[in-house]
Write a protein that binds this ligand. Structure first.
Ligand SMILES: Nc1nc2c(ncn2[C@@H]2O[C@H](COP(=O)(O)OP(=O)(O)O)[C@@H](O)[C@H]2O)c(=O)[nH]1
Ligand SMILES: [Mg+2]
Length: 255
């Protein structure tokens, strides 16, 4: 089977790094896959996994703050520009040089998704990646961050924008199921958003706007089941694995 590259994206704190760790451990232990991990987050303090490529070898957030006299937000933006500038250097290192050697390559992205994915520079990285592999974006939704319909719709819109921006195959996964505030909303958001309209009315949201937003959620929902996982439960990673494979089957790739 060709190498699968999974890019973990999502808002800060949604659990990208935790899922990279859990999924890599599960895939190695259960499926005996050869898994390589890439860390693209220059702001990571300590990593709970062992990356084969780590952007912090080229620069850290702290280096950038000092060198360019920037605060953390400015430094994250600068970091994504530097990733684009150093693209040849990055792709001349493992695992990119011989990507077919691996069954699965997991890419952890900067904590602050908007400073990387929503900037022009990320396109350079993702385009380069798509040239050498079958890449999929996993968009991590934090179930504990969704109490109301409006919380869910907001996070869904970031997912829609991510797909529009990158044009890559993307799937949503709901993390932190162990501390989910309102699992019902999360599930409907992915599988049947139109059912949220009633609930949104009860929240007193402007019904016209919210039904328009939900109509867009309906249009962009894709054929996927809601997959709820906890990065603390290794067994849950089987569901994530199946979701990724289903996504490739649906788009007719990976044959
Ligand atoms: N309860 C719970 N906490 C989680 C889960 N996944 C991650 N976390 C916690 O959420 C915080 C942010 O996780 P992290 O992986 O660093 O998020 P990232 O910024 O998206 O990389 C950390 O304190 C994790 O321990 C989960 O499934 N359940
Ligand atoms: Mg992280």
């Amino acid at each position: 089977m060709p190498t699968v590259v999974v890019v973990f994206t999502g808002p800060a704190g949604s659990g990208k790094s935790s899922l990279v760790k859990a999924y890599s451990e599960w895939a190695r232990k259960t499926l005996f896959l050869k898994v390589a991990i890439v860390n693209l987050d220059p702001g990571a303090d300590e990593l709970s996994y062992n990356p084969i490529f780590d952007i912090r070898r080229l620069f850290t957030l702290r280096d950038i703050m000092l060198k360019y006299n920037l605060g953390p937000n400015g430094a994250f933006i600068k970091a994504s520009e530097l990733i684009a500038e150093k693209i040849t250097e990055i792709f001349s290192e493992e695992p990119f040089t011989d990507i077919n050697k691996w069954d699965l390559v997991l890419i952890d992205t900067p904590g602050q998704m908007e400073a990387f994915l929503f900037r022009p520079a990320s396109r350079v990285f993702l385009e380069e990646l798509a040239k050498i592999s079958h890449a999929i974006l996993v968009y991590v939704i934090d179930a504990s961050a969704i109490q109301k319909v409006s919380d869910g719709v907001f996070l869904w819109f970031l997912f829609v924008l991510l797909q529009v921006k990158t044009g890559l195959l993307a799937v949503p996964v709901i993390n932190k199921r162990d501390i989910a505030s309102n699992p019902k909303i999360v599930k409907l958001l992915v599988e049947d958003p139109s059912k949220l309209i009633e609930e949104a009315r009860e929240e007193g949201l402007s019904s016209e706007i919210i039904s328009d937003l939900i109509a867009i959620a309906e249009k962009t929902k894709g054929p996927f089941r809601a997959v709820l996982v906890s990065a603390f439960e290794l067994g849950d990673m089987e569901r994530l694995h199946q979701l990724i494979h289903e996504a490739f089957c649906v788009c007719g790739d990976l044959t």
